[in-house]
Design a protein around this ligand. Structure first.
Ligand SMILES: [Zn+2]
Length: 242
């Protein structure tokens, strides 16, 4: 197998690698979009759950406060009766203080109930907003799923076919050439570069004339001294006739 044959296989390989890379990028983009939407859904579900938990917590606190307030009212009634039964000024003052104190406690509890009712309503509103956003995201995911799942498996199939083709092409090349190609490809993305008139078409730098002559003769595989890609000769396109 001559250098020219190797170059032909490398060109084929490079074209396949470009296609495979493009397909892989497509797969990554689509999978990332799906994963991103799923992540947002999980975040919203967490938020809804946390609102539900705090609403429940506030509900419990409110019913405790309600119960307390009711009990305090009963106590106020009892103290009032005590006040009515007071036999002297001392008893009267004590009962009156008691009524005042209990009324104050009752007022505190009612204020607390009011505050909790307001906070509960706020949390309920936030929860409903999060639920609406969640429903929207779930719809988005369903649409995305429907549009990408079929596409993903098609892209995967195409990529697998290209990988099989690549294996066939790679098998034609000597191990040394292939590993050199792969090493450069990993570093550079594209491992080969053409030159038509002595300029590397990958990095646009001129190569030394002696090197260009050697490439033209095709006795050995040469690298571009500037970008280190495998450099090969390609006949310039024929000039359009005037
Ligand atoms: Zn170059």
């Amino acid at each position: 197998m001559s250098i020219r044959d190797h170059i032909a296989s490398l060109e084929e390989l490079s074209a396949l690698d470009a296609e495979i890379r493009h397909l892989d990028e497509q797969l990554t983009t689509d999978r990332d979009a799906l994963a991103g939407t799923k992540q947002e859904i999980a975040r919203l579900e967490e938020r809804v759950a946390s609102y539900s938990a705090s609403i429940a917590e506030m509900g419990r606190a409110r019913s405790e406060a309600t119960q307390d307030a009711r009990q305090l009212l009963t106590q106020v009634e009892k103290s009032r009766e005590k006040l009515a039964r007071a036999r002297n000024e001392r008893e009267q003052n004590a009962a009156s203080r008691e009524v005042e104190e209990l009324r104050r406690l009752h007022k505190d509890r009612e204020e607390e109930m009011g505050k909790l009712t307001m906070l509960e309503a706020q949390a309920q509103k936030s929860k409903e907003e999060a639920e609406a956003e969640l429903a929207q995201k779930q719809e988005q995911l369903a649409a995305l799923d429907a549009s990408t799942t079929g596409k993903l498996s098609e892209v995967e199939r195409t990529r697998d076919e290209k990988l099989v083709l690549r294996k066939d092409v790679a098998a034609k090349l000597p191990k040394g050439v292939l590993s050199r190609y792969d090493t450069i490809r990993r570093r550079k993305g594209v491992a080969i570069a053409a030159t038509e008139t002595g300029t590397c078409l990958a990095c646009q730098m001129a190569v030394p004339p002696q090197l260009f002559q050697r490439i033209l003769r095709g006795d050995a595989m040469e690298l571009c001294p500037h970008c280190q890609r495998i450099l090969y000769y390609k006949a310039p396109p024929p000039k359009p006739e005037t």
